[in-house]
Design a protein around this ligand. Structure first.
Ligand code: ADP
Ligand code: MG
Length: 367
């Protein structure tokens, strides 16, 4: 780390989308996310009075001591303070004081991980000012701790890993058991394809504690199968046949078949057959809708409209119960897909969805 960094600078981190592999991370399974072109940028200048200030658009600025503890700061600035706290704990000394100016292109609350994008950019900026380095694998764990223990949001490791460890033009094949990331080439232009992220503004429906109950069902299935996690299941058909409770079996079937779909997608991408990924994406959506029961009608309709408009595959992405859709689309079909998802929203009396044309981009770093 150079003295140039301790004098200040600019760091940025992307949003992320998961192409396929949802609800597999806490089952020690596989996922295939990538970094978005949309980024959160943090311009950082050192301060000598032991305080951190943070500004973002018209939001109420944050201002807190570098010795901040969980509970001190609430609202959006808690994401910044949580990072200062966790890095102080990790380094064994408070982070340097700083003025942080935050500008973001990542849509907030659309399931594109604006919160982790902010946290990762702030983490790199504060580490830069401190003249310290933390390996990316470890930094992902620290960012998870900040979000869990300071902000109070229960999140896994997938998002921070994609944001911190992705490479331009590549998908990130993530193994949540071994915490490894393998870059998988994804040259959309060469294949005449694009990826659309479609946010139909589906309200998140967490009425029945959906995430927790899905997690419990997966843990129950693993217990009944006598394995530490669903990742350790070797014979998928035999395992599913031996689960007697229908709901438990369906939840496990999503996770077990999703892991297989991720591996198939990785193999296809490595062969350069990106179009072949489409049907696996659509199968993943059906698995979430029918077996994991974590989709919502607005999202289902968006997926159907994208496919009717010519997408090769489409699926809800992220934790579910709302959120965004990712669709693999031949370049020439983009106008038709946009029109179809917009018409579907209008039919349902909803405002037009936000449609982003994206490509796998570089992970977080110094600008
Ligand atoms: P997402 O799926 O976008 O991560 P979350 O609800 O997890 O949705 O996080 C959104 C929250 O993160 C916002 O309400 C805000 O508190 C914070 N946040 C994200 N990006 C920014 C930003 N650029 N400036 C200020 N706060 C932000
Ligand atoms: Mg978030």
């Amino acid at each position: 780390m150079s003295g140039q960094d301790t004098a200040g600078g600019t760091w940025s981190a992307p949003g992320r989308v998961n192409l396929i592999g949802d609800h597999t991370d806490y089952n020690a399974g596989f996922a295939l996310p990538f970094a978005l072109p949309q980024r959160t940028t943090v311009t950082a200048r050192p301060r000598t009075d032991g305080r951190v200030t943070a500004t973002s658009g018209d939001l109420e600025p944050g201002d807190f001591p570098t010795t901040t503890q969980p509970g001190d700061v609430t609202g959006w600035a808690a994401y910044v303070a949580g990072i200062a706290w966790v890095l102080g704990e990790h380094l064994g000394t408070p982070v340097p004081g700083a003025d942080l100016q935050i500008v973001s292109e990542v849509p907030v609350g659309s399931g594109l991980s604006s919160s982790h994008s902010l946290e990762c950019a702030v983490a790199l900026a504060l580490l830069g000012l401190a003249g310290a380095e933390v390996p990316r694998e470890e930094l992902a764990l620290l960012v998870q701790r900040a979000e869990n223990d300071y902000v109070g949001a229960p999140t896994g490791l997938l998002d921070q890993t994609a944001i911190l460890r992705s490479q331009d033009g590549h998908l990130s094949f993530f193994d949540a058991r071994d915490l490894t990331v393998e870059p998988v080439p994804c040259d959309l232009d060469a294949a005449g394809l694009t990826l659309l992220v479609i946010d139909p503004h589906a309200p998140h429906q967490l009425v029945d504690g959906g995430y927790a109950s899905r997690r419990e069902a997966c843990e129950r299935a693993a217990r009944e199968l006598g394995v530490p996690t669903l990742r350790e299941v070797e014979d998928v058909d035999a395992a599913l046949a031996s689960l007697t409770d229908d709901e438990t079996r369906r939840r496990a079937r999503h996770v077990l078949t999703e892991n297989q779909r991720v591996l198939e997608c990785v193999a296809l991408a490595r062969r350069g057959d990106l179009a072949g990924i489409g049907p696996l994406m659509t199968a993943s959506h059906a698995s979430m809708r029918d077996d994991f029961a974590n989709s919502v009608p607005v999202v289902d309709r968006t997926v159907e409209a994208a496919l009717a408009g010519g997408a090769l595959g489409a699926r809800m992405t992220g934790g579910g119960f709302g959120g965004a859709v990712v669709a693999l689309v031949p370049r020439e079909a983009v106008p038709e897909v946009r029109a179809a998802v917009t018409a579907a929203a209008a039919d349902a009396g909803l405002e037009a969805p936000v449609v982003l044309d994206v490509r796998p981009s570089r992970g977080a770093g110094r600008d």
